[in-house]
Design a protein around this ligand. Structure first.
Ligand code: A2P
Length: 330
């Protein structure tokens, strides 16, 4: 494969730095690399493959160079403004913010689930929300084999989902200082509040999970509800997913199906205290599923416990996988 000219917007952030790590680990063919962040990071030095790169301040002229792909993770406002500028200069943008995800004509892609959607882009492709990515990796094989009637999501989400400010709030709280980002201390606490509250009583994060799952699975009639909760864990989102299936299933067969599906590792041996956990999923790219058991309150239901590294598979790795799909096309 030929080499590519890559830009990273938000290079100094938690996801931005992980883009660099994942590009290097996966030996993505990078010919040229451009790093962008806000004015405060101008001149900072970051490393990629043993070479030093200087961070530039993002401006409207940043994309007036020969670039193939830009990976964005600098917040929704930056993406809203700069992704169309990059796209108008011929750069294909993979955007990690929520700015473009539900826009018509913008593919929302998880490579294990809907790689075919990547084709129909107008130079902006959206990376889904971190909690949605790990959920749909597990739902897709169930959807294809049994059909899905209804999904109930309950999440336990790491503070790194809020970027470096989230980690700081947790560490400051452990040192006895008040929170700067969250409305309450996250130490010894669970906050049923991720992103803003909406008029319907849900949070934006909950509606993202509902809307994005429907878009990725291509089924807007799918019944889904969600409660999303921030917990005092640094890395990895854990999710309880209750799924009502359309067809009946054999539990051993369902576990086998998940084990043999892309991107999933089943960890499910309760007799040895083995189940997915944040501490074991951290720094990996797999989606772990366990505690797989019948929901005995309905005709054909299953409960699952699903854990993945929200900064890697939930953000950076998924975006780099999308870049790999694009690289195969250009
Ligand atoms: P900076 O470090 O200069 O503030 P995180 O979510 O981990 O906090 O990271 C956010 C990333 O987005 C950082 O790289 C940050 O750069 C970048 N960023 C924030 N606002 C802007 C902006 N207006 N223009 C460019 N980059 C931005």
């Amino acid at each position: 494969m030929r080499g590519f000219k890559i830009a990273i917007v938000g290079a100094t952030g938690m996801v931005g730095r992980t883009f660099l790590k994942v590009l290097e680990e996966r030996s993505f063919p990078v010919d040229e690399l451009y790093l962008f962040a806000s004015a405060k990071s101008e001149g900072k030095i970051l490393n990629f493959k043993g070479k030093e790169y200087t961070v530039e301040k993002l401006t409207e002229g940043s994309f007036d160079r020969d670039m193939d792909i830009a990976l964005f993770s600098a917040g929704g406002d930056t993406s809203k403004k700069y992704a169309p500028i990059a796209a108008s200069k011929g750069v294909v943008v993979v955007d990690n913010s929520s700015a473009w995800r539900m826009e018509k004509g913008v593919p929302l892609v998880v490579p294990e689930v809907n790689p075919y959607d990547v084709k129909n882009h107008n130079r902006i492709i959206a990376n889904p929300n971190c909690s949605t990515i790990q959920a749909v990796v597990v739902l897709k094989p169930l959807y294809d084999k049994y059909g899905i009637e209804r999904v109930v999501y309950s999440t336990y989400q790491a503070v790194s989902g809020s970027g470096q400010k989230g980690i700081k709030d947790l560490n400051d709280g452990l040192a006895g200082k008040p929170p700067a980002l969250y409305p309450h201390s996250i130490v010894n606490n669970c906050l049923p509040h991720i992103d803003q509250f909406l008029d319907n009583g849900y949070t934006k994060e909950e509606m993202k999970m509902i809307n994005e799952t429907q878009k990725i699975l291509g089924d807007y009639s799918l019944k889904i509800t969600a409660t999303t909760v921030r917990v005092p864990v640094e890395y990895c989102h854990s999710e309880s997913i209750n799924v009502e299936l359309k067809k009946d299933f054999d539990l051993a067969e369902l576990k086998e199906l998940l084990s043999s599906s892309p991107g999933i590792q089943v960890v499910d041996d309760p007799s040895s205290n083995l189940y997915p956990m944040a501490t074991t999923a951290a720094n990996t790219d797999m989606v772990y599923a366990g505690r797989i058991r019948r929901d005995e309150s309905v005709v054909s239901g299953v409960n699952l416990w699903v854990v993945a590294d929200n900064v890697r598979k939930g953000a950076a790795t998924n975006a780099v996988q999308i870049a790999e799909l694009i690289a195969g096309q250009i």
